[in-house]
Every structure is written in C-alpha cells, then in structure tokens.
Design a protein around this ligand. Sequence first.
Ligand code: HEM
Length: 417
Amino acid sequence: MTNEIPTRNEVDLDIHSPEYRDGTVAVEAEVRSKCPVAWTKHYDGHWVVTSHHGVGAGLRDRDRYSAAKTLDENGRLTGGVTIPTAETYRALPNESDPPEWDHYRKLVSRPFSPQSVEKLVPLIEKYTTEVIDHMIELGEADFVMQVGSPVTALITLDVIGLPLGDWRFYAERIHQTFTGMPGDGSSEAGIPGIHKRLSETITERRANPGKGLLDDLIASEIEGEPVTDDVIKDLLYDILIGGFDTTAGLLAASLKYLAGKTEVQKRLLEDDDFLRTATEEFLRWVSPAVGLAKTATQDIELEGQTIPAGDRIWFMYRAANWDPEEFENPETPDLERTPNRHYAFGAGIHRCLGSNLARAVFQTVLRQFLTRVPDYEVQEDQLQNYAYAATNAGFAYFPIKYTPGKRLSEHPIFETL
Ligand code: HEM
C-alpha cells in the first residue's frame, strides 16, 4: 500500500509586496488562472483563494474555519482576519466564532437592518446636503476626506450615539490605517487612539446615559451577564473601521468611472432600477474589501485542494468578483449586469453588517453629488491609491475640481460641531 502525499499547488504571492500593490487585478488573475486555491510561503505560509466558487463555498462553510484571535503555545496572538495577525486590537463580531459570534452579531444588528436603514434615509440626505455645502463653494476638494468619509462617519456616529464632533478624530485615524504600509509604523498608528477614545466615551456614558446603539449595548446582557466595556469597544471599533473608507472608496472609484459620462449620469439620476443594478456592479467592480483571512479548524476540501486544519486562508473577494467563470468581461463595468452574485460584502456568517447602510449612503451621495457638482473633474495625475492594498481598495487622496456652487443650508453641519 502506498501513502499518497496530496499535491499542493503553490504560488509566490506576497500580499503586502509593492508588486501586488501595483499589479493588483493582474496579479490576482494570474494566480486564479494557475490555481484557484494555492499555497504561498509568505508570512509563515498561508493559502490564497481566488475563484468565485472557492471564496463562496469556503466562506459559507462556517463549521470548518475560525475568525477568532487566540494565543498560541508561545503566548503569541494568532488567527484573526489579517495576515500577519494584527496584535494590537480586535474587531467584533468579525474576529469571533459561534457561539460568541451569534451573541455579538445580535447585539449590533438592529440599527443596520433594511427597515432601520430605510428610516435613516432622510438623515443620510441631510448629512449629505450639509457635507456637500461645506465643499461646494471651494471649487476643489479631496472627495474621500471631504465628502465620502464624513457622510458615512456622521451617520454612523449618529446611529451609535457617539459625539458627532469626534467624526474627524475617527475618520482621519481610520483613513491612515489604509494609507500606510504594515510595518512602516503608520498603518496602525492611529488605532490605539481610537480604542482609547472609545473606552473613555463608554465610561462617560455609563455615568451619563444617552440615546443610541452604545447605550443599548451598555444596557444589554449576554447569557445573563452585562456586556463588558472591552466587548462594547471592540464592537464599535468594527463598525467604524468597517464602514468609513470602504464606502468612501466605492463612491470615489465610481465617480472616477462616471466622470464625463453625462448620459449615464443622467440615467442614474432618473431611473431607480438602473441605480440599483449600477450599485451592485460598482460594488463588484470596485470591491472595496479586497481580502481577509480565516483559519481552518478542520481539513477543508476546496477546488480539489486539501487545506489542512490549522492553516491560514486568505479569501480574496475582489479576485472572486473578477472571476471570468462567473462574470462575463469582469474588467468592464456593465451597470445593468444581472444576475450579479458578487462577494463585495463577503459571504457566510461574517457577511457585512453594514451592507444596507453602505448602499443607502452610496446612492444618496452619488445622486446629490452628480446633481450639485455635475462638471467635476478628477485630477488623475494627483490621485493616490492606498499603500496598504491587501485588504482594501481605495484612495489615499482623490482630488477633484469643479465650478463652485451654492450652499443649500444656513449652517452646514461642520459649523455647528
Ligand atoms: C461599501 C462598503 C462596505 C464593504 C465593501 C464592506 C465589506 C465587508 C466584508 C467583505 C465583510 C466580511 C468580512 C469577513 O469575511 O470577515 C464585512 C464585514 C463587516 N462589515 Fe462591512 N463593508 C462595507 C460597509 C460597512 C459599513 C457601512 C459598516 C457599518 C455598519 C460595516 C460593518 C461591518 C462589520 C461590523 C462586519 C463584520 C460582520 C461580522 O463579522 O459578523 N461595513 N464588510
């Protein structure tokens, strides 16, 4: 009898290398065409999953992987959703497994349900108007940090019940995590500050209750025990880090595509169905969340490969969203594409909590912006992509120029904060 050693397909992909950052979709296409599930030696070795089928099937197999962070035999933090493991912070529910995940997800779900988000639309409209008011007279702006990020930040802080005046504190630090490279000291520099500010606000709110998700969490219990401040902090952190730059990046990349396409812009403003299919296509094509990790807890059979228990797996959402097996001409946006089974929001139990909010903010900002700033021009020669391209696709800097317009409100929000 012979003991067959399973063959392991290998690729040489360093997800934090300049070659990947500068080549992104071409590198992903090459890896996917060689082998949709492959091993790479970098960062102590991990698997990469690039096919639409592999990403979907793998992420839906909730019993065979873990997203949690644990201590190894040497007392080192391992696991979690980043490679290498981010040792300074934890995001919940993203970095937890059932049964804890079920409790955490339930605690934060209600304000982000389709029904709750529908009720938020007038407020999203109001914040959008006031944020655009603040830049419309200038004639030039950085769209990401002056429009996309602040609208998402304000509505998110409002829902949580965090002080709106803190929007810039959080938004700048979150932006910084994606504009720097891991290991160069900048990409995680702002995160301890976010956790510290969240902890201080939670302590303060225990003494002086307010109204919002934060206060609901303070009043909540998990199996008869009050939710700890640390868990509340990690839950709020996940909501903040998950939403701001992803939504802003989606908007910016869509506006880059739409610049000068006046007929398409007109149709987006007039046709709700077209806006809906276009939203899904921009999500697929842009894929603001590029990839995240899990750890196999049992052997996993995926695309003919066996991923042994204990191995780390990098699921690549964008590579799945550009898989020609699933999407015809994936590199070309087709704003009427149906069906459109993209994984921009992930899949399985960790599928994005904020997908309804992200879509509502995207559609509201897109329509108001196209209406009020119709002749915007993207300063392509000055555009800066994120340096940290492994997890997120977005812009460090997205300068635009336009004919100055008129404010619509007397005191736009930033003058009142
Ligand atoms: C276009 C915008 C967005 C994109 C592309 C996006 C993408 C994703 C993806 C791919 C995941 C799955 C992560 C995994 O597999 O581990 C995820 C999870 C998550 N997202 Fe989003 N997201 C967006 C907006 C938001 C917003 C606005 C919020 C704020 C509510 C948010 C909060 C979260 C949270 C809390 C999770 C973790 C859910 C869990 O583990 O149960 N996201 N998101």
